[in-house]
Every structure is written in C-alpha cells, then in structure tokens.
Design a protein around this ligand. Structure first.
Ligand SMILES: NC(=O)c1ccc[n+]([C@@H]2O[C@H](COP(=O)([O-])OP(=O)(O)OC[C@H]3O[C@@H](n4cnc5c(N)ncnc54)[C@H](OP(=O)(O)O)[C@@H]3O)[C@@H](O)[C@H]2O)c1
Length: 339
C-alpha cells in the first residue's frame, strides 16, 4: 500500500505523514513547494517527494500514479480542493480529505457521485465523527423516517491553526445551509440563537447555526425532513469575525499544550415523526492529531476493503460503530441513548 499526501508540507499534512509512518504505510509527499516538502520528508525519513502545483492537472495526476489513495490536506478547499479530486480520479486513486468547508463538501458530493473511485471528503474531527454519530443516533430510533436532526459541534474556542482560520474565514462569509423537505437552503440564522444542553457541562450553552459539514452529508443516508446545525455562539463569533489580518497573525502550528488538551465534541439529536428522541455524542482531545488518524484510517480502509464508487459521506462508506470504536484507542469516547 502506498498513500500520497497532498499538502504534506502543511501542519495537518505533517501529522498525516507522521501517522502513516507510525502505521508503517509508505507515504508519497506531494505539493507545490519542493523545499518545504523535502524538509518534511527529512523529518520523517520519507524518500518519495513529488512536486506538482494545482495549475498543472497532468503533472498532478502523474504525481499520484502508483499510489493507492490520496489524502488531501491542502486547504482552503473551497478554492484549492477540486483539482486534487480530479487528479486522484484521473490516477485511479481512492480519495479522502480533511475539509470542513460545507459548500465545498456539498459540491464534491454532488459533482462526483458517479466517479470511478471512492471519494470521501470531510475525514476530519468534525465531518467524520459528526456524520458517523448522526447515523448511529438515527439508527437508535429504528428504521423509520426522522422529523428532525440537529448536528452540533460543541468544541470550545482555541487551538485552531492558521490553515483552519483561513478556511473558516471563507466559510464564515457565506451563509450556512440547512436541509428541509428535500432541499438545502440558507439556514434561519436570523431567527436567533438557542440554548443547548451539552454532555458533561452543567449550564446550557448558547449556540447558533453554522456551516457544518454534517448538514450536507446526513440527508444523503437518512430519511429526514429537516437537518439543522449548531455551534457554540462564542466559536461562531470568532470564526465569522475573522479578517485577513487576524488570520495571518494566527500561528501556523498551534501550541502543543493547547492542542493536546483542546476537547472537541460532536453531538447529534434525532427526533422521529412520532416524537421519539435520541441523542449521540462523540468526543476526544487533540483534534488535529485525531484528524490525521481519521484521514489515514479512512484511506487505509478504502484501499484494504474497497468502497462504493463515487463521492460518498463517511457513514455511507464506513461502518459507523466500527470506525468510532477504532478511534477509542486514541482517547475518543462515544455514546448513543434514547432521551
Ligand atoms: N475540519 C477539521 O476538523 C479540520 C482539521 C484539520 C485540518 N483541517 C483543514 O485542513 C486544511 C489544512 O490545514 P493546516 O492547518 O494544515 O494548513 P496549513 O498548515 O496552512 O497547510 C496548508 C497546505 O496546503 C498547501 N497549499 C495551500 N495553498 C496551496 C496552493 N495554492 N497550491 C498547492 N498547495 C497549497 C500548503 O502548501 P505550501 O507549504 O506550499 O504553502 C500546505 O501544504 C485546512 O483547510 C483546515 O481547515 C480541517
């Protein structure tokens, strides 16, 4: 097995290369800047470096040839993601990425549904666990249709990389989507903020709608009338208030201590058409390290087990409970209950 990492020179790309090395999977480091790639390769004792920019589709596909899968870590994905998807398809490689940008994820799922390889965007600490816990929470209510699903990202502020801030600055300026009656539409953000009970916290937390990946993924595998999003209001304020100057002042790599202790938590609340309710949550620390673990395990499973051709959500491709159980050895815990 050989896995290409596009954007291997970046923060997340480096963690993915480290995780591949930990798992003894040969990595091919791909990107636009040879010097930065060689530095990264030297750090991890990787030998295979291939230089290809996003503006040269043939060179990009040639860089991926001979690899079984591509892990794309070069964001912001809204403006940089698609050439890598196209090149992975041209090279016949399975594809995962670490995108958190809602509209990009929707575009890839809509546009590459019939492609010849498996394409799974959003294999990061929000989209991956968020989609998997949504599937498990819905299943707790049986096979019937759902009236409503709420997907909530309840991480506390802090420990974001400059790359994340850059991507979120793009997300923040666009209106979040919600799903209702068979179509996606702008979320009712103007309707105001709400409060939500968060597992492990005494006081209810103020939340608002946000452009979360799960909203554009869950309706593809669940029968549900409406899907909404929620994020802590303080985190939403931070992301939507980002200016270019602020983004560029954020460190490229978050401080180790802040990163390793930062807790993330994805929650899903499902209500079926008779009013029965279930709640599921999945939580852990060090979301960036976990993102690398999730992306590498996703790519590895696609290569070892195969996957359905076309662009699919994590829950359409991977067994949700089995995948989350795999993450428990990295300190992740998860639970689903009737409420
Ligand atoms: N959703 C989540 O939970 C989650 C978690 C982790 C990461 N992410 C996402 O992953 C992405 C990377 O984050 P990061 O912190 O690793 O960012 P980063 O350190 O800035 O790395 C960005 C990478 O993309 C490459 N790149 C940027 N623009 C490019 C272009 N025009 N052509 C070719 N390569 C280009 C960079 O290459 P150079 O070195 O040549 O500049 C670098 O390798 C972001 O979109 C972030 O939001 C999401």
């Amino acid at each position: 097995m050989k896995i290409a990492v596009y954007g291997a020179s970046g923060f997340t790309g480096g963690l993915v290369v480290a995780e591949l090395r930990r798992r003894s999977v040969p990595a091919v480091l791909v990107g636009r800047d040879e010097e930065r790639l060689r530095k990264r390769a030297a750090e991890y004792g990787a030998a295979d470096v291939r230089v290809a920019g996003l503006d040269d589709p043939e060179r990009l596909a040639a860089a991926f040839r001979g690899c079984d899968a591509v892990v794309n870590c070069a964001g912001p994905f809204s403006t940089r993601g698609e050439p890598v998807v196209r090149a992975a398809v041209a090279a016949g490689c399975q594809y995962v990425d670490t995108a958190g940008e809602q509209r990009y994820i929707k575009h890839i799922l809509d546009s590459y549904a019939d492609s010849s390889v498996t394409i799974v965007p959003a294999m990061a600490d929000d989209g991956g666990p968020g989609d998997l816990i949504a599937a498990l929470t819905a299943a707790r209510l049986g096979d019937g249709p759902l009236d409503e699903l709420l997907i909530a990202d309840l991480r506390l502020p802090g420990a974001a990389s400059r790359g994340t801030a850059r991507s979120m600055a793009e997300v923040g300026v666009r209106s979040p989507l919600e799903y209702a009656d068979g179509a996606w539409r702008p979320a009712e953000v103007a309707a105001g903020r709400a409060v939500l009970a968060v597992p492990g916290e005494r006081a209810e937390v103020e939340v608002s709608a946000f452009a979360l990946p799960g909203v554009v993924m869950a309706p593809r595998h669940l029968r549900v009338r409406r899907v909404r999003s929620a994020i802590r209001a303080e985190v939403s304020d931070l992301f939507t208030g980002l200016t270019a100057d602020v983004v560029e002042s954020i460190p490229e790599v978050p401080e180790e201590e802040a990163r390793s202790t930062a807790r993330w938590l994805m929650m899903a609340e499902a209500t079926d058409i008779t009013g029965n309710r279930a709640r599921g949550w999945v939580t852990g620390t060090d979301g960036y390290r976990l993102t690398a673990v999730i992306a590498v395990e996703g790519a590895r499973r696609l290569v070892m087990d195969g996957g359905p051709a076309g662009a699919r959500t994590p829950a359409q491709v991977f067994d949700p409970a089995d995948f989350l159980d795999f993450l428990t050895s990295f300190g992740v815990t998860w639970s689903v209950e009737r409420v």
